[in-house]
Each structure stands twice: as C-alpha cells, then as structure tokens.
Design a protein around this ligand. Structure first.
Ligand code: NDP
Length: 286
C-alpha cells in the first residue's frame, strides 16, 4: 500500500477559469488512479520557482497555459520534436528524471479532426495566427496537409507562421491580411477558427467572415471550447458543413497528457461529458 499520490497540474495566470482540472480529475477517478491535478495560479516571475517546485515534489508532469507556453522552455531539459518546431510547450513530461516539453494542442486538434477528415493532401484556411493557430498548422503540415492559408489581422504574426511552415514543413503556406469581410475560397477543404472570437462571455460574437462562402463540402472546426456551439459552428451547420467544436481539441490534448504522465489510455467520453456539464452549469448561472 502507498499513500503517495501521482502529482500533476497546471501553471497559468489567470487560472480560475481554466476547466481542465475537472476533466483530468474525472478521468483519474474513472480509471481508479491515485493521481491529483492541481490548478495553480502562477505569475510570470514565479514560473521558474514553480517548475523547480514541481521537480522537488516529484511531479510526473504538468500543463502550461497562457502566458507561460514559451517562457517555460528555459526551465526545461529538452523539447519533443513538434514542440521544438512550434516553439511553445503546453505539456511537460518527466522522463528519466528530466522535464521534457511537449505540445499537445495541435495533436489534440488533429485527433479530433481525424474523426471527420484526414488532413493529408487537404487544403486548410486557418483564421488567426496566435499560439493555437501555430500548433494546429504545424501539426497539420507534418500530417501531410498540402496547402495552408493563414488569415490574420496582424500581418507580422501571420507572416511569421507562414515562414515557419514553409521552412520547416513540407506544406505550402500563404498569408492573407484580414482587412475586411473574408470569403473562404472555393476549393478549400478545411476551415479552422483559431482566433479567440466567440469565447464566453461573448457568445454571439461573429467572425468578420461571409458565412455564405462556407460550402457544404468544407469541414468547419472551431478551437473555442466554451461555448461548444459557437456562432461559426451554427452558421456552418446551417449550410450543411460537417462541424467540429473546440471540446474535441481540449479533450484530446488532455488524453495525450494523461497518457504521457500515467501510461494509461483514458476514456475521452468521460472527459467530454464532464466539460459539457461544467459549461452547461456556467451557462445556466449567467
Ligand atoms: P493568442 O492570443 O495567441 O491569439 C489570438 C488570435 O486571435 C490572434 O491571431 C488574434 O489576431 C486573433 N483575434 C483576436 N480577436 C480577433 C478579432 N476580433 N478578429 C480577428 N482576429 C482576432 O491566443 P491563442 O492562439 O493561444 O488562443 C486562441 C483561442 O484558442 C483562445 O480562445 C483559446 O481559448 C483557444 N484554445 C483552445 C484550445 C482547445 O483545446 N480547445 C487550446 C488552446 C487555445 P491578431 O494577431 O491580429 O491580434
């Protein structure tokens, strides 16, 4: 018998609105694991101490969320392959006593995407050029996507990702400035909203995008997990497009984290149901 729990958690600021702890601990309970996930508020200047604390206490790993995904790298021992290309870490894993930085955001998105379409040989339009867009486009390119168009307001951020994709992956990437209502070009296979537009509490926020340019043959995905049925998802479903909500990405990056930390393959349906209940309770209260 052991009274020593496996320790994991998350470092971010602000941390209070991050629901990941509920989904991970639901999986730990469901699988009978003696493991804990601590949601920790860590300010940027305390990040190094937090990582040293995790080492000292024998944590098997942790997630990093905003604003730590890039700065955590200096406190780690090495990076996994895609985290090195993406240049950001959202999941740290202890291997042979060393903390290794991984990026599970993009892979979580791809696992969810593959339930609808395989990105190999497909053309993607990705709206946004932040951390989520970077992780998604690098993984999609490494998975064989043929063409990727980044649409963003800030051209510097958009061009930086395009250069990264063209230099480090086999995909062809191009940048389009977002200066007015965007029309998705005919022939696009997959459209992804990787901006923060639509996140609660701004439930009806609409992207500056012509919804009539969404064709029924296009798969439309949103990274926004809360609410799962964003305006974009509703507009796309109304036009007959197969749709994918942001819960799929959130759940599947959590699945990858638990697999890294504990070696077990958690049941994603338990994790998704927990998040749906959390978001439903939040919506009922507001
Ligand atoms: P960043 O802050 O790095 O990037 C935000 C992006 O959104 C930028 O490209 C920004 O454009 C764009 N943007 C913001 N407001 C607007 C607007 N009004 N019109 C057009 N573009 C806009 O954030 P992240 O990339 O880290 O996260 C983006 C979203 O993804 C968040 O809402 C987050 O919750 C979600 N996410 C979901 C995950 C999941 O598992 N489902 C995982 C990770 C993130 P510009 O550069 O021009 O300012």
């Amino acid at each position: 018998m052991s009274f020593l729990s496996v320790l994991t958690g998350s470092f971010s600021a602000p941390a209070a609105e991050n629901p990941t702890v509920t989904m991970i601990e639901a999986a730990y309970r469901h699988h009978g694991l003696d493991a804990r996930y601590l949601n920790c508020e860590v300010e940027p200047e305390a990040l190094g101490d937090a990582v040293r604390g995790a080492r000292a206490m024998g944590w098997v790993g942790f997630n990093c969320s905003l604003p730590h995904k890039v700065n955590v790298i200096q406190h780690l021992d090495a990076l996994g392959d895609s985290a090195a290309v993406i240049g950001a870490v959202n999941c740290v894993v202890r291997r042979d006593g060393r903390f290794i930085g991984e990026n599970t955001d993009g892979r979580g998105f791809l696992t969810a995407l593959r339930t609808v379409v395989d990105p190999a040989g497909k053309s993607l339009v990705v709206l946004g050029a932040g951390g989520a867009a970077r992780a998604i486009t690098v993984e999609a390119a490494l998975a064989g996507a043929s063409a990727i168009t980044i649409v963003n307001r800030d051209p510097a951020r958009g061009r930086e990702i395009v250069a990264l994709l063209n230099e480090r992956t086999p995909a062809r990437a191009a940048f389009v400035g977002w200066n007015g209502t965007y029309r998705v070009p005919d022939g696009t296979d997959i459209v992804v909203n990787a901006t923060s537009v639509g996140l609660a509490p701004d439930l009806d926020a609409r992207l500056d995008l012509d919804p009539d340019s969404l064709r029924p043959e296009m798969v439309v995905a949103d990274v926004i997990p809360n609410p799962p049925r964003t305006r974009l998802i509703r507009d796309a479903a109304d036009r007959g497009c197969p749709v994918l909500d942001g819960l799929g990405m959130l759940v599947n990056q959590g699945v990858l984290g638990i697999r890294y930390w504990t070696g077990i393959d958690p049941d994603p349906t338990v994790m998704r149901r927990t998040l749906e209940e959390v978001f439903m309770n939040v919506a009922q209260r507001s």
